[in-house]
Write a protein that binds this ligand. Sequence first.
Ligand code: PMP
Length: 335
Amino acid sequence: MNAPSARTNTLDLIGNTPLVLLEGPSSAAGCEIWGKCEFANPGASVKDRAALWIVRDAENRGTLKPGGTIVEGTAGNTGIGLALVANALGYKTVIVMPETQSREKMDTLRALGAELVLVPAAPFSNPGHFVHTSRRLAEETEGAVWANQFDNIANRKAHIESTAPELWEQLEGRIDGFTCAAGTGGTIAGVGLGLKAFDEDIRIALTDPHGAALYSYYACGELKAEGTSVAEGIGQGRITANLEGAPIETQFRISDEEGLNWVSRLLREEGLCLGLSSGINVAGAVELGRQLVAEGRERPRVATILCDTGFRYLSSLYNADWLKSKGLPVFPWLT
Ligand code: PMP
């Protein structure tokens, strides 16, 4: 038996997630595609790690005092992670999010005890954007700190110090490539930097959804978005502090249809219920695997992130009417 070790603190449940070999993607790419099960974190997403590192960093700097408040602008998953970490450590949470995010995320945040502030979706240049609103709220609130996940590099440090060494150990030091999409960029930059410290030859690739500007930035130095995506939590239009110096060597642009195809296949063929960013990541991992195979690497191993649980999207991704309203294919078992 190989049971995970007993933990004496609930916060120690964050990280050390399982890694699983994905059969369909592996046979599509002709190599090994591994998925890091970040949905197995207590808040059911990859963002629990960033939340814990950001809170610990604020405590270490002395900016977050006992009984203080953590304020953040977030598409949802970081808020869920922050609310859980804050509850465990005796802090309050105020979460600002665009009202376009999924109902489940809002209900979850309220259920966890976070104070929720909904703002209209607006471009980053607009002072009403959820990130700017959260910064202002933090400044105006006594005893509050602004988590600032986009430009606070405690976010990527979480992945340098936990996700990357876990992947290296789980794959016993044999890994050829890693790819994922970027929201804040903390995961791609942190895992990328962390893995490169073990082995410079590990190829780091960005998987960008449509509607994001990073693909063109890494391809030709210009931030330029094309198309749109319904994927939540990913798709960045600028180089955040977390993305600065990220060792990205190649990039793929993945459509929602391609991502949904993997979401569908992973659920029906492998029993994994995931969100769309995971499907997009897997599509990117298949591309990276094919690239490494074409270059003659012997049965390469590629890892990616299974970012969050599909249970968070029952009224969107897993709802026929919603999919139709977005002009997306409906999973056959939903019709
Ligand atoms: N997928 C989902 C569902 C997310 O919520 C996020 C976080 N915004 C990401 C992927 C991307 O992670 P990161 O912020 O580390 O780039």
